[in-house]
Design a protein around this ligand. Structure first.
Ligand SMILES: [Zn+2]
Length: 175
């Protein structure tokens, strides 16, 4: 379930434009949200740990719209539990990751964005998190946080390294 799908279901509309402070916190969105927040964050998949955080936050909030959020989570809970958290050992085997990984390969092309090597030249390609998933778990399934690297370039980059090798034009506006 994507953040925008959650918000649409909660408000019963097709283009929800608002969220509660406690929801923003659970999703890692600054509050009050800046212009373009929905475009930037709406397509992020809600992981099981985000869903847990969100549920606790909603239950602690007395707002009427928070109760609607809990009802949406109740309906989606079984599916949400299947989407592992960013630091879950099963993360890289999850369907949610494989789906966004493929989107990244289609978006950036099947070649290393750092050195240009490709499967045709013998490279094994990895889809890398620009902002590391262990430090930014809320961006683990965010297409805009992914780049394509060959195995060698990826191995040269530590889990804490935030080097963005994507072309500047392409990277503009994605942070
Ligand atoms: Zn490379």
């Amino acid at each position: 379930m994507l953040i925008k799908e959650y918000l649409n279901a909660k408000y019963g509309v097709t283009r929800a434009t608002t969220l509660l402070a406690c929801e923003a916190r659970a999703f890692g969105i600054a509050y009050p949200p800046k212009n373009g927040w929905l475009q930037k964050f709406g397509d992020i998949e809600i992981t099981s740990d985000m869903a847990q955080r969100l549920r606790s936050a909603l239950e602690a909030s007395g707002k009427q719209s928070a109760a609607a959020g809990v009802r949406v989570l109740d309906v989606a809970w079984i599916e949400l539990k299947k989407t592992p958290g960013a630091n879950d050992p099963d993360f890289l085997n999850s369907k949610a990751w494989k789906r966004v990984r493929l989107q990244a390969l289609n978006k950036h092309g099947r070649k290393c964005q750092c050195c240009g090597s490709s499967p045709a030249t013998g490279a094994v390609l990895n889809v890398d998190h620009v902002l590391p998933r262990r430090l930014f778990p809320q961006l683990a399934l965010h297409l805009d946080n992914l780049q394509v690297l060959c195995c060698d370039c990826n191995e040269g980059k530590g889990n804490w390294d935030m080097t963005d090798v994507r072309p500047a034009v392409e990277a503009t506006g994605t942070r």
